[in-house]
Structures are given as structure tokens and as C-alpha cells.
Design a protein around this ligand. Structure first.
Ligand code: CTP
Length: 409
């Protein structure tokens, strides 16, 4: 049925390129050229503001098709153009996507051809933001992005660097070649296609009494980034999450857990048919032996809490006779490799990703991370980079090692 050649994943793909009004619009011409060269069929829709930056003739020449811009332009005798385009496109990519456009997308506006096409489509939408660094950092833009992310909109970039306005910071549109890679990746069948991946993330909370608990500084960012990367690699992803302030990634099944025991129960419930298990949660190792039924009142000068071990979820899963490919994390403050190898062997894991959790560069609650990835007969150092990017690299390594395991079916 699927006769598509995977070496040219863009051949014949129908992509609608939306161009909004930013200085980066000139880069979209190169993107258009690269996409056409890669075999994609392109239609271009420009906003009125985009017309101020670049002429439609450029895109018409590059895509080989007339450029649409207005809902009611005299050139079109098709009142349903936005519906036709919305149905035609297999992917809508808006590059550049200005702050104004992102806000309108988040609000669901439809007062131009591009916005109404987006609203009328069932196909995936990707945006490549481009704006001044302060506008990118603005609370309103953050909120728009969060809403779009929540709806499953793919956000590609932006990059940090020198900006057209003279500022330096995050907000520059990704280079056309990088966006071409993103589009390719989007259409490629991922290495985890058809696989089920179960993952834990975030901290756990161990009750002391009804209002107090023991926990740790894990933000869940690394685990959530892994869930997204695994989804993008084609896996069916189930995320068992401790209490964090992150939205569930679109297309990922999230199951909430509070304590280590809750998390263990949820993991064991979800385990059947799982191919890969990643334990990224910072599970509390101990819990109060006897959580109080009522709030503990301050009476004595000294209070002793007796703690007992929580179940080791990862060790339990890795110890099962029928077990998935098991990946653990090692959070260490010293002798990283030494302790990580020890855990790999002791817990009988297939792979362990070790990170430092001390100091300002530590992994906890940080957007960046660096990892030493270790398995029985190999290791790779992943240098410091945003957690979203390091997650993609780690998932690629996991997929590769998973495919090499002796009993691969
Ligand atoms: N882990 C788990 N259940 C626990 C404790 C840990 O599933 N109760 C998992 C973590 O998700 C992580 C790995 O085990 O993938 C390593 O956890 P870590 O706390 O670093 O190591 P420990 O084996 O608990 O050893 P130590 O605390 O002595 O460093």
C-alpha cells in the first residue's frame, strides 16, 4: 500500500507554506526552494504584512504556482479557496511566524486567508517563530505558545543569535536547511514506529501528614522532553508523571501519580505490551513509615521522622522475566561514570543516562542538560544543550540500541 521511497520522504508531499510579515520572510524563499528541490509540492499563502517584505512573484517562481494572500482578492474566483487549501495540505508550515500571528493562531482568529486555512485544516501545523528577543520572551507570547503547544502545534525554533534589530538573543528564525530537516523528520517513519514506550517523569511526593510531604527538585522537564521526542520518533507513548507544572504533550497518554507506590502501581498496570521502559522520574528513595492521619502540631522541640524504603520501580521492572528494554537515569553529585555503571549492573539495565545534579549547571529544574549514556559495551557523551534537543539524541540512541538487542522481532 505504502510505496513511498523513504530515502526521499518529501517526494510528492503537499506542503502549504504560510509566510507572515517579518524580516525573516526573505529566508522563506530559500526554504521554498529547498522544499521544492526535495520533491515537495508547494503552495504559498502570504499575509498582507508579508507582502510588505517580499514580493509574491518570488514564491510564484520558486513554487511554480500562483501565491494566494487575500480571502477576497479579485484574482481568485474561488470563494472556498481556504477550504480547498486546508484539505489539500498534508502539512501547513508557517515560516516566519510573527508574534502577532502566533497570538492570532492561539486565539483562533480567521481574518485572513492564512489564518482561516489553518482553522479549516485537519492536517498538522508547524510554526517557525521569528521575532525580537524581547517579544519572544514576553508573557503574552509565552502564553500563546503554550496554548499552541497544548493543541499539538509543532514549534520549530527559534534560534538564538544576532537579530535584524541589532539585539542578541532568542527569536531568530531557524535556518532554511534546519527547517527542511524538521519537515523531513516530520514525514519520515520514525525509528520507534509501532513501538510502545512507557516512561516515568518528575518527582514523587511522600506524605508526612495530610498537608506535608517529602519530595525533591525534579521539574520533569527531561522526562517530558523524552516523551515528546519518543512520540516524534513514532512511538505510542505512555507517561506516568509525578506532580509537575508541565502540560501533557499532545498525543501522549499521561497518567498522574503522586507517591512512589502510586507510580509503581501505574507502571505495572501499563507494562503489558511495552517495548521500552525509561525511568526518568526522581522517585523518592524513602517515605515516612507512618504518615500521620491528622496534621502534626508543633509541640515537642524535636521531631523524629522514621523513614522506610520505597519500592524501586526500575529494578522491579528490569527484574521481570518478560521485560522491556530498560533505561534508567543516574542523578549523581560525584563519580558520575563509576556510580552509573554500578547502577547499570546492579539494576540489570540495558542502558543508563547519567547526569550531574549539583551546582548551577546541575540538571534539576534547568532547561539544559548534559548526559553520559552508558550501556554494557559502549558509551556516548552528549554535550550540554537544551533538554528538548538532548532528548531527541537520547531517543535516537535508545532506538538504535533497541534495534540491536539480540531478541529483536
Ligand atoms: N528509580 C526507581 N524507583 C526508585 C528509585 C529510583 O524507578 N524507588 C529509578 C530512577 O527513575 C532512575 C534510577 O532508578 O532511573 C536511578 O535512581 P537513583 O535515585 O539515581 O539511584 P538509586 O539506585 O536510588 O541510588 P542512590 O540513591 O544511592 O544514588
Amino acid at each position: 500500500m505504502n510505496s513511498r521511497d523513504n530515502s526521499t520522504p518529501l517526494q510528492g508531499r503537499r506542503i502549504l507554506l504560510g509566510v507572515s510579515g517579518g524580516i525573516a520572510a526573505y529566508k522563506s524563499a530559500e526554504l521554498c526552494r529547498l522544499l521544492v528541490k526535495a520533491g515537495a509540492e508547494l503552495r504559498v499563502v502570504m499575509t498582507d504584512a508579508a507582502l510588505e517584505f517580499i514580493r509574491p512573484l518570488t514564491f510564484q517562481a520558486l513554487s511554480g504556482h500562483p501565491v494566494a494572500s487575500s480571502l477576497f482578492d479579485g484574482n481568485s474566483d474561488d470563494a472556498m479557496e481556504h477550504i480547498d487549501l486546508a484539505r489539500w495540505a498534508e502539512l501547513i508550515l508557517i515560516a516566519p511566524a510573527t508574534a502577532d500571528l502566533l497570538a492570532k493562531l492561539a486565539e483562533g482568529h480567521a481574518d485572513n486567508l492564512l489564518l482561516s486555512t489553518v482553522l479549516a485544516t485537519r492536517s498538522p501545523l508547524a510554526v517557525a517563530p521569528a521575532m525580537n528577543q524581547q517579544m519572544w520572551a514576553a508573557a503574552a507570547t509565552r502564553e500563546s505558545l503554550l496554548r499552541l503547544q497544548h493543541r499539538g502545534v509543532l514549534i520549530w525554533g527559534p534560534e538564538a543569535g544576532e537579530q535584524a534589530c541589532g539585539d542578541t538573543g532568542e527569536g531568530r528564525m531557524c535556518e532554511p536547511a534546519d527547517l527542511l530537516d524538521d519537515v523531513r523528520r516530520h514525514f519520515e517513519p520514525g525509528p520507534l514506529q509501532g513501538r510502545r514506550l512507557l516512561l516515568t517523569a518528575g518527582p514523587t511526593r511522600e506524605a508526612i501528614d495530610p498537608v506535608r510531604f517529602l519530595s525533591n527538585r525534579s521539574s520533569g522537564k527531561m522526562g517530558y522532553a523524552l516523551a515528546e521526542a519518543a512520540r516524534d520518533a513514532g512511538a505510542e507513548v505512555v507517561l506516568v508523571s509525578g506532580p509537575v507544572c508541565l502540560p501533557a504533550p499532545a498525543g501522549v497518554t499521561r497518567i498522574d501519580a503522586v507517591s512512589a507506590e502510586d507510580m509503581r502501581r501505574a507502571v505495572l498496570e501499563q507494562l503489558p505490551e511495552t517495548d521500552i521502559f525509561i525511568a526518568a522520574a526522581a522517585v523518592a528513595d524513602y517515605r515516612p513509615a507512618q504518615p500521620a492521619d491528622q496534621k502534626i502540631k508543633k509541640s515537642a522541640d524535636r521531631l523524629n521522622l522514621e523513614l522506610i524504603r520505597t519500592p524501586d520501580i526500575l529494578a522491579e521492572v528490569a527484574g521481570l522475566a518478560e521485560r522491556p528494554f530498560c533505561v534508567g537515569f543516574a542523578a549523581e553529585t560525584r563519580d558520575l561514570e563509576h556510580y552509573a555503571r554500578g547502577k547499570l549492573e546492579r539494576k540489570r539495565l540495558d542502558m543508563i543516562a547519567a547526569n550531574r545534579v549539583d551546582g548551577e549547571q546541575g540538571a534539576f529544574d534547568n532547561d539544559d542538560n548534559e548526559l553520559a549514556v552508558i550501556w554494557a559495551d559502549g558509551s556516548i557523551e552528549l554535550p550540554r544543550q537544551p533538554k528538548t534537543r538532548i532528548a531527541r539524541e537520547l531517543i535516537a540512541i535508545i532506538a538504535d540500541q533497541f534495534s540491536r538487542r539480540p531478541n529483536d522481532d
